[in-house]
Write a new protein. Structure first.
Length: 501
């Protein structure tokens, strides 16, 4: 790996402590950081280098997936960290930062390769990018890269405005937009699932697939994010980015020996083939919900409008379900059902592919449909449901393949590593972002004008009943929602094959 200076805006923030520092440390332990590496942390607090290094060590002891067992290794890692105060809007601070970076580069013999990671609110992105350019921080002889976290805009127009501003200081090849779902190993495996497995490849089309269901459910409520979430809702917080990215990763058909450019090209083609909704279509194809009081894990919880910081009249969505259609050769006629929400009965991110029922020439064979279940969170694995005969009756059985999750790199490890080596495969390209916002915009407009009913659902449930009706209208139902489904999945241990890491 090429030597690099990692410039971290928001170095004292929660994301840095919980995700970025543990990811960097585990990359360091695994030998996946360049030997010549320098990190400059930036924040408004008056911290010394020593205090900053101590804070980093504390975050690792609290949040790293690995226990800290080698003190010398830890010290070698945190000695690469330095800190300086920076006011985001003050141009002189960027000139001071440039001087500090150049001094470190000279002392360590580093080339002027610089990665700027913006672990700050999106309202600061354009100011920071402009000041990086104007101060000369991005004008050195080496490469420069800008890493930003979602959200990339609040709607279609604001996303375009943001991209226009960033493009004045960085080229598209230099901008790495993080969607942490794209860093999850099982999501990354979606792009090779069909291509690398001839059995799946033979079934991966509208000839054999009846429908696809993508679910991301959370048991938590709005927590301390009321000020942010009440202006965003599930459609902006989860649907426009994470959910559509999972759809793209599942629906792409890639050639062998695919490159990052191939992945991006085919993801864009999926979004272009996604049949758009007019504002009048939204009411029929989209379900909007908000959690009421209920019980989660046996504990009573408040309804959304009773949460601190939420207005009693809030019409914000905490749940969204939608029916989408990809109008291309492979997927034409196959409905994709996507749902995500807060205060649901379980924490789970999964994809279920339901295959069409088998028919012979004269009669319906019967039995449960074949299913492919891809579990992404909190556990990772694949389950295939097939039919066998027991006492003359067809019975579904599950074959489960699970990774040993102890040593699987976390999403931020994968993404930060890829940003350091300049691999854009699992970052969101602007074309994808723009197309996703364009598809979602009629939903935002319909919600804004209250053209879509806001259905209350009990906390701890599967969401509003109207989401069940969305599938029932097509003769389908959500899989693995009922207690019976969950129990069946857990009991089929006789058919489970465990795969070590």
């Amino acid at each position: 790996m090429e030597p690099v200076t990692y410039v971290l805006f928001g170095a004292t923030g929660d994301l840095a402590k919980r995700k970025i520092y543990p990811a960097l440390y585990n990359l360091f332990v695994d030998g996946k950081l360049p030997e010549a590496f320098s990190l400059i942390g930036l924040g408004r607090r008056e911290w010394t280098d020593e205090f900053f290094q101590t804070s980093v060590e504390q975050s690792l002891r609290q949040f790293s997936r690995r226990e800290i067992q080698n003190p010398e290794q830890m010290q070698a890692f945190i000695q690469k960290f330095r800190y300086t105060v920076l006011d985001i809007g003050r141009t002189d601070d960027y000139k001071k930062l440039l001087q500090i970076i150049e001094e470190r580069e000279n002392a360590l013999g580093l080339p002027a390769n610089r990665l700027f990671y913006l672990s700050v609110g999106p309202e600061y992105f354009t100011t920071i990018a402009s000041n990086i350019e104007e101060s000369g921080l991005g004008s050195a002889a080496g490469w420069k890269r800008l890493v930003i976290e979602k959200p990339f805009g609040h709607d279609l127009q604001s996303a375009r405005d943001l991209n226009e501003h960033l493009s004045k200081s960085f080229t598209e090849d230099e901008i790495f937009r993080i969607d942490h779902y794209l860093g999850k190993p099982m999501v990354q495996n979606l792009e090779v699932l069909e291509r690398a497995n001839p059995i799946i490849q033979a079934l991966w089309s509208n000839r054999y697939i009846a429908n696809v269901q993508i679910t991301a459910s959370e048991t938590v409520g709005v927590e301390e994010r009321a000020g942010y979430y009440d202006h965003v809702g599930a459609v902006r917080d989860m649907f426009q980015n994470h959910m559509l990215q999972m759809l793209m990763m599942l629906a792409i058909h890639l050639p062998h020996n695919s490159t990052a450019e191939d992945v991006r090209k085919h993801k864009k083609q999926v979004m272009e083939a996604l049949i758009p909704l007019s504002q009048s279509d939204v009411r029929t194809n989209v379900i909007r919900g908000q959690y009421a009081s209920g019980s989660v894990g046996g504990n009573p919880v408040k309804g959304y409008r009773s949460e601190p910081g939420i207005a009693a009249t809030s019409m914000n969505d905490t749940y969204i379900a939608a029916k989408l259609q990809v109008d291309d050769y492979f997927w034409r006629g196959v409905p994709f059902y996507i749902r995500t929400g807060k205060r649901l009965h379980e924490k789970s991110t999964r994809i279920v592919v339901e295959f069409k029922e088998a028919l012979n020439q004269t009669s319906h064979i019967g039995g449960a449909p074949n299913l492919l279940l891809i579990e992404i969170n909190p556990n990772e694995g694949i389950m295939l449901q097939l039919n066998t005969k027991e006492n003359g009756v067809l019975k579904p059985v599950q074959i489960q393949l699970h990774e040993n999750s102890k040593d699987i790199p976390e999403a931020y490890e994968n993404l930060i590593y890829d940003a350091l080596v300049g691999n854009p495969t699992f970052f969101a390209h602007w074309d994808e972002v723009e197309l996703a916002w364009a598809w979602v915009q009629p939903i935002l407009d319909a919600f804004q004008e209250n053209q879509v009913p806001l259905h209350a659902y009990e906390a701890g449930s599967n969401g509003p009943a109207e989401a069940d009706a969305l599938l029932a209208a097509d003769g389908f139902h959500w899989w693995f929602d009922s207690k019976e489904d969950q129990e069946t999945k857990r009991k089929e241990e006789d058919y489970a094959y465990q795969i070590g890491h």
